[in-house]
Design a protein around this ligand. Structure first.
Ligand SMILES: [Zn+2]
Length: 85
């Protein structure tokens, strides 16, 4: 019973880690609102997409959070190294 729970937790952690790696490697993906067009089709006036700013690329959910966390980790690591010397 406990082994099953541990296996599930490890699986969830592995998937989460995989997503974090994906966010670091490819933080942006095709915009979901305009499907990469940069403007919203089907409307009378083709206005620029508000989510991606007409670039057709938007950040993955959590990518900016992952990036902020990475910056924090690198910053802390550098300060610790500077403190040792
Ligand atoms: Zn868009």
């Amino acid at each position: 019973m406990l082994v099953m729970v541990v296996e599930r937790v490890l699986l969830v952690l592995a998937v989460a880690l995989g997503y974090v790696v994906l966010c670091i490697a490819k933080p942006k993906h095709r915009c979901g609102r305009c499907s990469g067009n940069g403007s919203r089709a089907g409307k009378r006036s083709r206005s620029a997409c508000g989510r991606c700013g007409a670039t057709g690329r938007s950040f993955r959910p959590g990518a900016q959070l992952v990036h902020a966390g990475l910056v924090l980790v690198v910053h802390t690591w550098r300060e610790r190294r500077a403190g040792d010397e």
